[in-house]
Design a protein around this ligand. Structure first.
Ligand SMILES: [Zn+2]
Length: 201
């Protein structure tokens, strides 16, 4: 006797949920059943929010962070110091540095880090755009605020060499951030200290 197949829309939902990081086939199935059985409103909301976000959120043409406008709020602000450019891996790292309230410069968000093992090279983290951005004439110092993980350190080294070759002053966050440390999980006080005590590379 042939086993009965779930409706195709349900299969499609489970397949879609499997795209989420850390969600395997079993969890995907559980989430799908939960949403359909107990939280249809939530499911509809999730669907709408996803569609909205995917349609409206783009990357800032200057700093590469998520933005609903061509140039983000931070890059458009006249109160920011255009001479300082801080390079971070993710928008959440940028947020962490913002929360220290000690940094008044601008940012460039890589949206990742170099990782040859995963096939992530300079192009994937937009280094050409960073180079254009850093050599705009206004930037005098680039602060490398990638994570203190192996990949983050390697990325900082690579970018540092690239920018120094163009005669730019480059500094790295001070070691207040623990070895292997990710900014997202470091407290604001420690990050503030690391920004203030950044050292020239
Ligand atoms: Zn921006």
């Amino acid at each position: 006797m042939a086993t009965q197949k779930p409706p195709s829309a349900l299969i499609a939902l489970i397949e879609a949920l499997r795209r989420l990081p850390g969600v395997g086939p079993k969890s995907a199935q559980r989430i799908a059943y939960h949403l359909l059985q107990h939280d249809r409103d939530g499911a509809a909301l999730l669907g709408q929010a996803l569609t909205e976000a995917v349609t409206r959120i783009k990357h800032c043409s200057l700093c590469n962070t998520f933005s609903e406008t061509g140039v983000c709020e931070t890059c458009s602000s006249p109160r920011r110091d255009a001479a300082l450019l801080c390079v971070v891996e993710t928008p959440s790292d940028q947020l962490m540095i913002e929360q220290t309230l000690t940094y008044k410069g601008l940012y460039f968000v890589l949206m990742g880090h170099l990782s040859p093992i995963d096939g992530i090279g300079p192009k994937d983290i937009h280094l050409e755009r960073l180079l254009t951005r850093a050599t705009d004439g206004a930037v005098t110092e680039v602060i490398l605020a990638t994570n203190f993980t192996n990949e983050g350190e390697a990325t900082a080294h690579y970018i540092g060499e690239m920018l120094k070759a163009r005669g730019l002053k480059v500094s790295r966050l001070a070691r207040g951030v623990p070895v292997g440390g990710e900014l997202e999980y470091t407290d604001a006080g420690t990050i503030a200290q690391a920004v203030l005590e950044r050292r020239r590379t």
